[in-house]
Design a protein. Structure first.
Length: 106
């Protein structure tokens, strides 16, 4: 229940900033103003992910969920992108060969 409450609060803060037309810089964020409409940005992102041989593994949009409930809020989307060759390289660096041996379960 606490997680849901915190998610709602975070969403309201983000929505209020988006309604104001600006998004405040926060630690770890890069904010870039653009002239593209939101739908075009989503399409460009999906095209770029495919062009770079990555996979879009998750996608969530509060604005689409709100729209289904008859509420209109500014466009937003959270995406998860996966690049297999990068993940394999990280795995090889993180785990020595002995720890990657297959094991059998009886």
């Amino acid at each position: 229940m606490r997680r849901i409450f915190m998610a709602v609060i975070a969403s309201l803060i983000t929505i209020s900033a988006a309604i104001a037309g600006t998004v405040r810089q926060q630690g770890g964020w890069v904010v870039i103003d653009t002239h593209y409409p939101f739908a075009a940005l989503v399409e460009r992102l999906e095209t770029a992910v495919k062009a770079e041989h990555m996979g879009l593994v998750t996608s969530a949009s509060a604005s689409e969920g709100a729209k289904a409930a008859g509420i209109q809020i500014p466009g937003n989307r959270v995406v998860g992108v996966f690049r297999n060759d990068f993940a394999v390289g990280c795995s090889r660096q993180a785990y020595p060969p002995a720890s990657r041996r297959p094991f059998a379960s009886t």
